[in-house]
Ligand binder design. Structure first.
Ligand code: CP3
Length: 341
């Protein structure tokens, strides 16, 4: 895999064009996803290696991206710890037993990575199917983001309960974060042992935090996780919404790549990061709703800007929305693949 465009760019080596994959590429904007989704629940899909492999392969076969991402969800760690998780159509993830006090935290297990063996099994099936063609990215949710779902019991607009918890009961919050971090470390190392070629830590909702709270309740745990990964030859990507603000701190956690949201000029942020840290990003996903000439124009503009920078993986600033037209995504990927610096 050393010669793949994605791995080279992740390790800040020169490539003839930027490699491309897209967050949430294995999902609902693909018509064929629904043929599978209509037959099984989301968790059944995640937990059945053959089905998880089928969905992982959809964007590989239909879009020709430069890296595959394991089909799963960031909340499976919360479930393995004891969260009663369900994904409700049209609503999203729900934990029926939200974590609100010391007893709830005590009840969560830490030595539970065995419960995630189905992910290791899926990775093996996917790698057989990929057969060395492109790298496979594994992933996990970062402790702060997973904690927000455990506390809120689901998605939240303002993270009111989570923020109250860290502000009023910081010791308990640290106990909970430490438990999630331990599981996340074991889980990513399980994925590496099973054969993924890269890992991405998703701290999607870090954006909700102030600088000080991000430092204390997010960064500190992400750094501890990254420091314990068996990462030889395995690039580590750190993503959060808010990375345009938090990137200098994220760099201190020593990832190989930082995935940048769309609020910032990518070249500007890259030049402010330590040498040897690559960037991933950062097209506003809404551009993919626009007309094709706009899509092409914005991608070319970004690439011209990044022309002299080694260590650039093209991606969106956040995940693809489910109603983005499939042919627009395909078009964007073709534009990238035809490009030469
Ligand atoms: O990137 C990929 O395609 C790989 C698979 C993947 C999924 N979720 C599949 C999924 C990945 C990497 C994730 C990560 C994830 N899950 C994140 C971090 C990424 C981000 O977008 O910030 C978060 C916050 C979650 C939590 C989650 N899972 C939510 C909020 C939802 C439902 C709401 C929504 O619209 O995203 C999910 C469900 C989910 N995870 C779906 C998929 C394909 C949709 C399930 C369905 O078919 O209904």
């Amino acid at each position: 895999m050393k010669d793949s465009l994605f791995i080279k760019a992740a390790f800040s080596e020169k490539t003839e064009r930027p490699p491309v994959w897209m967050m949430r590429q294995a999902g609902r904007f693909i018509p064929q996803y629904w043929e599978i989704k209509n037959k099984y629940s989301f968790l059944e899909m995640c937990k059945t290696p053959e089905i998880a492999a089928d969905v992982t392969m959809l964007p590989v076969d239909l879009l020709g991206i430069d890296a595959a991402i394991l089909f799963s969800d960031i909340l499976v760690t919360g479930e393995a710890m004891g969260g009663d998780l369900d994904f409700i159509q049209g609503i999203g993830p729900k934990f029926a037993n939200p974590v609100r006090n010391a007893k709830d935290i005590e009840n969560l297990s830490v030595h539970c990575v065995d419960k995630l063996q189905y992910v290791a099994d899926a990775i093996k099936v996917i790698q057989e199917r990929l057969n060395g063609s492109i790298p496979l990215i594994g992933f996990a949710g970062a402790p702060f983001t997973v904690m927000s779902y455990l506390i809120e019991g689901g998605s939240s607009k303002d993270f009111k309960l989570t923020k109250l918890f860290i502000h009023n009961q910081p010791e308990l919050a640290h106990q909970l974060l430490a438990k999630i971090a331990a599981v996340t470390t074991d889980y990513l190392n399980l994925q590496i042992a099973a054969g993924v070629n890269a890992v991405q830590l998703f701290d999607s909702w870090a954006l909700a935090l102030s600088w000080d709270d991000y430092t204390e309740f997010s960064h500190r745990y992400n750094k501890a996780i990254i420091s314990k990964l068996n990462r030889k030859d395995i690039p580590v990507i750190s993503f959060c919404k808010g990375s345009s603000v938090f990137a200098p701190l994220m760099a201190e956690a020593n990832p190989d790549v930082i995935s940048i949201d769309w609020n910032v000029d990518l070249k500007d942020i890259k030049q402010r990061l330590p040498k040897g840290i690559a960037v991933q990003g950062n097209l506003d996903p809404h551009i993919l709703y626009a007309e094709k000439h706009v899509i092409k124009d914005r991608i070319h503009k970004l690439f011209e800007r990044m022309r002299d920078e080694n260590g650039f993986i093209f991606n969106l600033g956040h995940g693809i929305m489910p109603d983005i037209p499939f042919d627009h995504v395909k078009y964007a990927i073709d534009v990238v693949k035809e490009y030469r610096y």
